[in-house]
Design a protein around this ligand. Sequence first.
Ligand code: SF4
Length: 153
Amino acid sequence: MRNVRIVRPTPEDLARVDPDDTLHQRDADACCDVRKVVPLDRALRRYPVSITGRKRFQASTRAALDLFEQDGERLKVNPLAHWNAQDLKAYMDVHALPRHPLVAKGFRSIGCRPCTTAVKDGEDDRAGRWRGTEKVECGIHFGADGRILRVAS
Ligand code: SF4
């Protein structure tokens, strides 16, 4: 991979919103907003299109994922939406891609450490994210109205 960029919240935003680094315990939505949603939005502003790796099989909340979504002024493309776990495995095998070491320990979806647990057989891949809460997405794939982005049909 070339031209990989690491996007972070600004120190000013963190000092203002989460000065003691405990926001994830008090308000996970606000924590995801300052650490993920705002920095990504800032980074994508100059691009007309973004591409994600989301797949329908990952969670019931992604089962109706479209290949294309309107994300405000930007188009969002989900080229792997129809891939399943077997497709992923086959692709990784063919291209000799390494597995993330946590996958072998049951972490089939890997997020921030305080908010991610291993999943059991039969659970959605994303069941370990924010376990025990109603939260299922960090917010980078929500529209301004708070709903998961969809192309209007
Ligand atoms: S996943 Fe947890 S720690 Fe990470 S940004 Fe969201 S609330 Fe904060």
